[in-house]
Design a protein around this ligand. Structure first.
Ligand code: PLP
Length: 396
């Protein structure tokens, strides 16, 4: 039936570009080859190629099922014990600072959305400085709230190193009140983290230029260890009186679909933090009202029980060791891949062309993003050699 209408209708919406990573997952799923390797999707895989529920989380879920007596509303902050427990391993000596408060959010994405909405409420003129490449969802989250994104080069794929001078130049020419969006550890998509000396330089310029740092930390414990991975963030907290921290448990507790995260706010005084928190709660009320409980409750149970916490730390250590093992296997295969052994976390980038990415897909059943980003852990143990040989064949 033909309708004529004077107003825009849902049916008139234009096509939008679909998320290329989601399209890649669909493509890999439809490949019938049994030995295909999907290193596009960003989840941890164990030696058998499975993404397991962590042992301690599984026990905590059982305990929750046995002990939980109500699913009544908890309130906008979610589980109030949860951010305190996260703060203990994330903030280190800053945990308990009365100028810092935190609330539970639906994953790291929820924390980032809240952070940028809060910034937009306080200073809509602020520009968000972010190094590229970055995690593809940063841009829509930042621009979606109406803030301007100001990109600078962060990583040189061909040179396989951080473009630190370009980063410092961009931060040094920022305006007071601009935002420095920083990856806390295990940079996604490059795996190239700032060294301690570089964190010190970045912190110095953030203070000098009066910038507001937003630290996005979604992989704590998957680099060098919980404390080591939070060292840059803690340095920022040492030096700055205003900081926002978007944290995620979705990777380090393996609770991806349960959407578990925290936003921490630090301002110059406990009173101004309380005011900022009231704004954040109002914004959260509009967005999701209250965060989902189950995943955060399971994480809380793990962190409150010394035996479960010890087991979580042990399993996180196993995950970290697997990351390091695969990184060294790939880096030992070719001098041009040596840098992969130095990088951190789940991702690295190969300096290969789109044609080479397609060749890997067609000839070897290896699926990675067009940018050459791949999940170091996207393969089972018995696929590592085949993956490495195919990469070496393609890079020559
Ligand atoms: N920040 C970075 C850099 C990420 O890579 C991710 C997830 O991939 C997130 C934040 C958000 O994680 P989630 O919302 O799944 O907790």
């Amino acid at each position: 039936m033909l309708t004529t209408s004077s107003h825009p209708r849902l049916s008139d919406l234009e096509d939008i570009k679909s998320d290329s990573l989601l399209a890649l997952i669909a493509l890999a799923n439809s490949d019938p080859r049994e030995d295909k390797i999907d290193v596009g999707v960003g989840v941890y895989k164990d030696g058998t190629g499975a993404t397991p529920i962590l042992r301690a989380v599984k026990v905590a879920e059982k305990l929750l099922w046995e002990r939980q007596e109500s699913k009544s509303y908890l309130g906008g902050r979610g589980d109030v014990e949860f951010p305190k427990l996260i703060g203990q391993f994330l903030l280190g000596p800053h945990a308990g600072d009365p100028r810092i408060d935190g609330l539970q959010t639906p994953g790291g994405c929820g924390a980032l959305s809240l952070a940028f909405k809060l910034i937009n409420a306080a200073n809509p003129q602020a520009r968000v400085l972010v190094g590229v490449p970055t995690w593809p969802n940063h841009e829509p989250i930042v621009t979606g709230v109406g803030l301007e994104l100001h990109a600078y080069p962060y990583y040189d794929r061909e040179a396989r190193s951080i473009r630190f001078d370009a980063m410092m130049k961009a931060l040094s020419s920022a305006r007071a009140g601009d935002i420095a969006l920083l990856h806390g550890c295990c940079h996604n998509p490059t795996g190239a983290d700032l060294s301690a000396a570089q964190w010190a330089e970045v912190t110095r310029v953030v203070v000098e230029r009066n910038l507001l740092p937003v630290v996005d930390i979604a992989y704590q414990g998957l680099g060098d260890g919980l404390d080591e991975d939070a060292a840059g963030l803690r340095r920022i907290l040492d030096a700055c009186d205003e900081v926002l921290v978007a944290q995620s448990c979705d990777k380090n507790f393996g609770v991806y679909r349960d959407r578990v995260g925290t936003l921490f706010i630090k301002t110059a005084s406990a009173e101004s933090t309380a005011r900022a928190m009231a704004h954040v709660l109002q914004i959260a009320r509009e967005m999701w009202s209250m965060p989902p409980d189950h995943g955060a409750a399971a994480v809380r149970v793990v962190l409150q029980d010394p035996a479960l916490k010890a087991d979580w730390l042990a399993e996180l250590g196993e995950m970290r060791a697997r990351i390091k093992r695969i990184r060294s296997a790939i880096s030992a295969a070719h001098p041009g891949l040596a840098y992969i052994g130095e990088q951190k976390g789940m991702f690295s980038m190969l300096p290969i062309s789109r044609d080479q990415v397609l060749k890997l897909r067609e000839d070897h059943g290896i699926y990675m993003a067009d940018s050459g980003r791949f999940n170091v852990l996207g393969m089972a143990d018995d696929a590592v050699d085949r993956f490495t040989q195919a990469i070496v064949a393609v890079i020559g």
